[in-house]
Design a binder for this molecule. Structure first.
Ligand code: PBG
Length: 331
């Protein structure tokens, strides 16, 4: 007897494998997360994220030009502002001349085609390192949503193409959509971090922005578990995603990436909008550390991971590997 199904037939040669590939990867799949610093000519490498820098606006613009030439068409931006600009209201977040607003303007002036997606959440501006306003030891939802709408409109005024709320407050997508419409920003989209888990994979990111939750005399929640989701849960992710779509999100996001690819697929099957995935800082750090020790082949692991995220259902991947992966893919 011979095997009835010779599945290996479709893997025989490089050419057969090439025509049988179900997913492909190009720089169009990526968004590149970038950290902005105050000052001029500043470039500081994040210790837990080798190859990733916090750069002042002038050097960020230089880098964005290079990203554009490599075929990367979208960036997510995050700012680190000095402590004296932080308070509990986060009001620096909608300062029309704030660091984020300056960065958006400078990038859009220099590379108008680049799709700029600023992060919308209060943590870089919060003295407590929380994504929302703290009152009596709790993160208060509706006042935070008001702040996020102001922040979003100010990003749109500065020239953002999409705003990207990463805060996980309830009702923020609808409130932001309404505020954008009322301020004439009909074409500014919303990429909502819909299924965002309370994850220890964000450690290096919080190092980069010095944004980890901190206590300071008054009672403050020590973690983000009252707004970010429990990693044991699945149904909740679908519910969050459907709510954000209903509220007007153009793109939704699942975050983190690799350990959550089951969620990516389920969310993808449940919604009719593009799904993005954040391949987060801790995932990046793990690959860098293992590669540094010579335990893994850096480029092969990087491309394999990105491919697997796409296969799981990602239409877009926010990844710190975007630049390096584009260089490998362009070869
Ligand atoms: C904060 C924010 C975080 C990340 C993106 N936006 C950290 C957090 O929620 O504490 C994490 C990204 C990463 O780890 O790469 N609103």
């Amino acid at each position: 007897m011979f095997p009835i199904q010779r599945d290996r037939r479709l893997r025989t040669t490089e050419a057969i494998r090439a025509i049988m590939r179900e997913t492909t990867l190009t720089p169009n799949d990526f968004m590149f997360p970038m950290f902005i610093a105050e000052g001029k000519n500043v470039q500081i490498e994040i210790p837990s994220m080798p190859g990733i820098y916090r750069r002042s606006v002038d050097l960020t613009v230089k880098e964005v030009k290079e990203l554009w030439s490599l075929g990367i068409k979208a960036i997510n931006i995050y700012v680190k502002v000095s402590d004296n600009l932080k308070d509990n209201t986060g009001k620096e977040a909608w300062n029309p001349n704030g660091l984020m607003q300056q960065a958006i303007k400078a990038i859009k002036d220099a590379v108008p085609g680049m799709i700029v997606m600023p992060d919308v959440a209060l943590d870089p501006y919060s003295i407590y390192g929380h994504d929302g306003i703290v009152e009596s030891g709790a993160i208060i939802n509706d006042a935070t949503v008001d702040a996020l709408t102001r922040m979003s409109v100010s990003h749109a005024d500065a020239g953002a193409d999409f705003v990207a709320p990463s805060d996980m407050m309830d009702g923020r997508v609808l409130a932001i959509r309404k505020a954008l419409e009322e301020s004439g920003h009909h074409n500014v989209g919303i990429m909502s971090y819909s299924a965002k888990y309370a994850s220890s994979f964000y450690g290096p990111f919080r190092d980069a922005l010095d944004s980890a939750p901190k206590s300071s005399g008054v009672p403050v929640p020590k973690d983000k578990k009252t707004y970010q989701m429990d990693y044991a849960n699945r149904i909740e992710a679908i519910k969050e995603a459907l709510h954000d779509v209903e509220e007007g999100a153009d793109i939704i996001m699942v975050k983190p990436g690799l350990a959550y690819l089951d969620i990516v697929r389920e969310v993808k099957n449940a919604v009719n909008v593009p799904v993005s995935v954040f391949h987060v800082s801790g995932e990046y750090a793990m690959v860098k550390a293992a590669a540094e020790k010579g335990w893994l082949d850096h480029d092969k692991i990087m491309i394999e991971q990105l491919h697997c995220i796409k296969r799981a259902g990602a239409n877009l991947i926010s990844t710190y590997f975007a630049k390096e992966a584009a260089i490998v893919l362009n070869k």
